[in-house]
Design a protein around this ligand. Sequence first.
Ligand code: IMP
Length: 177
Amino acid sequence: MKDHIESILLDQDDIREICKRLGNQIDEDYQNKNPMLVGLLKGCVPFIGDLGKYITIPIEMEYMDVSSYHGAKSSLEVKILKDLDSPVKGRHVLIAEDIVDTGFTLTKVIQLLKYRGAASVEVVTLLNKEEGRLTKMVPKYIGQEIPNRFVVGYGLDYNQKYRNLPYVGILKQEIYE
Ligand code: IMP
């Protein structure tokens, strides 16, 4: 698979350092708040697993699976494929994402969790593509800013492949063109 990758953006050491830094920040900010860490499937899996190792305060881990689609009047809608197992009412929720691009998906999920009565909803993302943003979504915790290129690995896929790569790399354009 490595011959499908143009260049590596984050290797395993980089990812470990990012998870440590984010874990320490989350520890400080969520003392005594018993946060719920909500992973968005499937891309969050390696990230939430590694991040969780560096969070030392008590947390609950939950998962949601959502898919975005263009509904009527070209508004973006989110369909819940797997919902949370526990209520969020009164809880401090921290959503763990692999990458934030346009921000549409997270905007909808945040709206939903606030509507359900979460005390706070913030986002921790491994990668942020600021150039791709089409919403006002601002993740509170960002692992790494990246250019507006298509990346795979460490949970991120192209056609459901490459999620198992231990690094994040730019996919060669010829693979998806
Ligand atoms: P957004 O609603 O545009 O922010 O969508 C974010 C979702 O799009 C992520 O959770 C990924 O599933 C997908 N995505 C965005 N950029 C990439 C990329 O470069 N590689 C793989 N998936 C991506």
